[in-house]
Design a protein around this ligand. Sequence first.
Ligand code: HEM
Length: 125
Amino acid sequence: MIPILLPVHAGCAIISISLFIWRGLAMWFRRPLTHRFLRRTLPDSVDTLFLATGIIMAFVSGISPLALDWLAAKIVGLLAYIVLGAVALKYGRNMRLKRISFIAALCVFAYVLAVAHSKDVTPFI
Ligand code: HEM
C-alpha cells in the first residue's frame, strides 16, 4: 500500500504548494480569483487527499506521532501551514499581515518538506 500512497502524498504536496503560491500571488498583487473550482474546490480536495494519505501511511506503517518526533513535527507543521495560509488568503485584517503570513506559510512548508525527506526535526543543522 505504501508504494502507491507515497507518490500520491508527495504529488499532493507539490500540487498543494503550487496552488497556494498561485493564490498567494493573486492576493499579493490584488488580483481577485474568480474561478471557484481553482480557488476553493481543487485546493480543498488536494489538501484533504494529502492529509488522508499521510495519516493512512502512518497508520499502515504502525508508526505513532508520539513515538516519532519527525512525524509529530510534520503534523504540527501542517497545522501551522493551514492556519498561516488561512490568515494569508482570507482572515488577515490588512495586506501587511496577509503578506507576512504568506511568507511564513512558505517557510513552514519548506521546513516540513525538509523534515519529510530527512526524517529529522532539525534538517538544516
Ligand atoms: C506540509 C505537510 C507535509 C509535507 C510537505 C509532506 C511531504 C512528504 C514527502 C515529500 C514525503 C516523501 C519523503 C521521501 O520519501 O523522501 C512524505 C512521506 C510521508 N509522510 Fe508526509 N508530508 C506532510 C504532512 C504529513 C502528515 C500530516 C503526515 C501524517 C499524519 C505525513 C505522513 C507521512 C508518512 C508516514 C510518510 C512516509 C515516510 C516513509 O518513507 O516511511 N505527512 N511526506
